[in-house]
Design a protein around this ligand. Sequence first.
Ligand code: NAG
Ligand code: NAG
Ligand code: NAG
Ligand code: NAG
Ligand code: NAG
Ligand code: NAG
Ligand code: NAG
Ligand code: NAG
Length: 402
Amino acid sequence: MASYPLSHLILLLLPVFAFYFNHITAKHAHTTTSIHHHHHKNNHLKAKSNNRLEQAYIALQAWKRVIYSDPFNFTSNWNGLSVCNYTGIYCTQHPNDTTTQVVAGVDLNHGDMAGFLPNELGLLTDLALLHLNSNRFCGILPKTMSNLTQLFELDISNNRFVGPFPYVLLSLPSLKYLDIRFNEFEGILPPQLFNKNLDAIFLNNNRFTSVIPSNLGTSTASVVVFANNRLGGCLPPSIAKFANTLEELLLINTSITGCLPTEVGFLYKLKVLDVSFNQIVGSIPYSIAGLAHLELLNLGHNMMSGIVPEGICVLPSLNNFTFSYNFFCEEEGICTNLTSKGIVFDDRRNCLPEKPFQRSKRECDAVEKQPVDCFEHICGIKSNTTSAVTFHHIPLPSTSPP
Ligand SMILES: *[C@@H]1O[C@H](CO)[C@@H](O)[C@H](O)[C@H]1NC(C)=O
Ligand SMILES: *[C@@H]1O[C@H](CO)[C@@H](O)[C@H](O)[C@H]1NC(C)=O
Ligand SMILES: *[C@@H]1O[C@H](CO)[C@@H](O)[C@H](O)[C@H]1NC(C)=O
Ligand SMILES: *[C@@H]1O[C@H](CO)[C@@H](O)[C@H](O)[C@H]1NC(C)=O
Ligand SMILES: *[C@@H]1O[C@H](CO)[C@@H](O)[C@H](O)[C@H]1NC(C)=O
Ligand SMILES: *[C@@H]1O[C@H](CO)[C@@H](O)[C@H](O)[C@H]1NC(C)=O
Ligand SMILES: *[C@@H]1O[C@H](CO)[C@@H](O)[C@H](O)[C@H]1NC(C)=O
Ligand SMILES: *[C@@H]1O[C@H](CO)[C@@H](O)[C@H](O)[C@H]1NC(C)=O
């Protein structure tokens, strides 16, 4: 799950990596330049540096002091003013002044380091890339990070950060790639997150609890992963506004209720739609049959019912269609033989009379008696009927997957 959209990410990151690889040789250029400036200064070490690198030196030394475990010795060579030689620290030329070296990248991925992020991190004002994936950093992100106006890519995934959503990130004007998954952030998702010009948003495996903000559709991201949070609420119809950019939407196990809005089918660029392990009710919106690029559709482990429409089974790019653990009672046309279309599928534990591994008649009858009218349950609009509540009470079967 965590590595799921990797192929996409590599594409996304290529421009950044190209930027760094082109500049990585600048390290050697730096040494030459430094020697050149040597006679201007008395202090040997300072001569090799510049004000920006000195600020970085202060920041990195402060950071090193609050790193309490470093099993792979990433920071053991973090000594002296030559910060560009530190493990995990990447320098490049300042874009507007090619004679000045600056710290543009910090990559401590998989360091297994424990500690926290000091306020002095705000001195790394030239940072474009901050990768701290798979460490044991804890606490909160310092507010001084608002100084990181060049920060383009932030990956603090798989750490132990806590507290509310790190609002400081919303103030970063250059941020495009936001990955805070696998931490312990909690509370509401700020609507401002979706007003930012981000390309990728990974929030999965935290403790966020609010409903999905209704301005979700104002985002410009191509990948949004909310999975494994307790968001609750339903998917707002305003998601339709997301159509021009969204390619992957992963809402796995986010406590989502209600019907899937017809507007999901307006997301014409969508390749991956995974809403599995929720409490979604009602029928499949026929509009999904319009998603010409859809490759993976996972509706599994919900409480959906009705017909599996043929329009979905004939989608040209579809290669994996999971709708197991629902209450579907009929497959239309070729949907009964997805093997013949070369589509990987899972239709177990539904109410499909002709198929093996289905639910009991008793379970199916209980749902059939309480049909859900999705026109009455439009997300964000209160229905005056009581039926809006009844679907929470359908008992979920206790059987586990074989
Ligand atoms: C890190 O350094 C310590 C002390 O110098 C050494 O004992 C240990 O083996 C080193 N660890 C790694 C992973 O290199
Ligand atoms: C930086 O590292 C390189 C190679 O590891 C070394 O040749 C160079 O002297 C170092 N520079 C400084 C200033 O320590
Ligand atoms: C470089 O200069 C341009 C134009 O003045 C400015 O917009 C940009 O932020 C500068 N870049 C950096 C890294 O300071
Ligand atoms: C922000 O960066 C500037 C240098 O550009 C520095 O002087 C200032 O101290 C930094 N602020 C914080 C809070 O780190
Ligand atoms: C769903 O997420 C919760 C945490 O929000 C987690 O405890 C649970 O194991 C997850 N369930 C599945 C099926 O992944
Ligand atoms: C199909 O999708 C399901 C659910 O997303 C996944 O568990 C399964 O591994 C996929 N199968 C193949 C062959 O890609
Ligand atoms: C599904 O289609 C294939 C070939 O298209 C056929 O061989 C097979 O018998 C069909 N299965 C069923 C259950 O109709
Ligand atoms: C409540 O819903 C019914 C239809 O289900 C409608 O006829 C009625 O006017 C609604 N009442 C209000 C106050 O909206």
